[in-house]
Design a binder for this molecule. Sequence first.
Ligand code: FAD
Length: 381
Amino acid sequence: MNYFLSEQELDIRNLFTEYVNKRIIPLRKELDEKHEFPHEIFQEMARQDFFRIMVPEAYGGLGDSSMHLTLGIEELSRGDAGISVSFAVDAIATKGIILYGNDDQKQKFLPAIADGKMYTAFAITEPGAGSDAGAIKTKAVKKGNKYVLDGVKQFITNGENAGIVMVIAVTDPEKGYKGHTAFLVEKGTPGFTPGKKEDKMGIRSSVTNELLFDNCEVPEENIVGAPGQGFYIALGLLDRSRVGIGAQAVGIAQGALDEAINYSGTREQFGKPINSFQAIQHMLADMATQTEAARALVYHASRVVDAGGKDMTKISAMAKLFATDTAMKVTTDAVQVFGGYGYMKEYPVEKMMRDAKVTQIYEGTNQVQRNVIAAKLIKKT
Ligand SMILES: Cc1cc2nc3c(=O)[nH]c(=O)nc-3n(C[C@H](O)[C@H](O)[C@H](O)COP(=O)(O)OP(=O)(O)OC[C@H]3O[C@@H](n4cnc5c(N)ncnc54)[C@H](O)[C@@H]3O)c2cc1C
């Protein structure tokens, strides 16, 4: 389908496509098995200027367009969704600094992020507060010109690698979610340590950590926005980053579709390629149609984000919901097209199916996305 991408958008997509085909696809099985963050690959990506697409030009980037991010994340995900989630999450705290940070914070952190010298993480989830993000307990108590953070964050992507983590903590417990504040906590700050590294079903080349805050003193100037804005900052960022998870899902689905098309042309049963059976043809047709529909919705959502459209919350939730359900369906069907071989680790589609699952869970489960969409629909009528 022609999405009428600009020259710059096509160039960015091609840059990612070539790198993914050359470097990531040949390595993805090993990355999945190793279950380690691939530092070398990320430094290669930095040399390819990939991280510049999340940073404004004034700070050494190429502009922070949602459409550019979508194209990059989609391509990375076609190769390996673990790499793409680490990249996509890096863009969340970065966007937080761009949208809500002050000049000093932008000067201090954005050039290093653009250079790929500093990765970031975004931490809101806690053991007792997942979908109900307003129920966080990590507290930040003011002490002179510092805040003292105590608590535990759970399932934090890039947790142990991030140079800075945007942490949402409670500064005024009386005010509920209106008493939450966003802090930038730098790696190495005394009292801040990455905890357990999770052993995951999929996206195994990404790292997911517990983060522990124990009497961790953070300077007041590391507050992002103003005290009390943390919950709103988190929602504003999720409105944008959910499009990225939609893009991740489209990339995973496209990867699985490509594999299924290729395999169905080579595997023979009953004396002919399995793609001569109408049952297989129809499965491929549905997979392709669903993937294209997901892509159209995700690209549209990116355009809405870039235009600052007021429908951003609803459209990005729709894009995330539809694309991630599509990725789950398409990857499951890809395993079916491969038959028993699809179930084996020798072929890439079982990994894609494992990777797809988490896209229905993080950045708000798909049940939560439906709640968000329905709330907007009901409010309008
Ligand atoms: C690999 C991975 C990486 C992650 N990375 C990050 C990160 O970088 N930063 C971060 O802050 N968080 C991160 N998360 C956390 C993620 O966003 C949460 O797991 C997610 O929001 C769901 O929360 P939960 O796991 O506590 O599930 P729960 O909230 O306990 O949900 C359990 C079930 O109940 C359903 N449910 C809950 N409430 C409702 C409701 N109101 N209506 C209908 N159904 C409901 C859910 O849909 C789900 O099916 C990550 C998670 C994973 C798995």
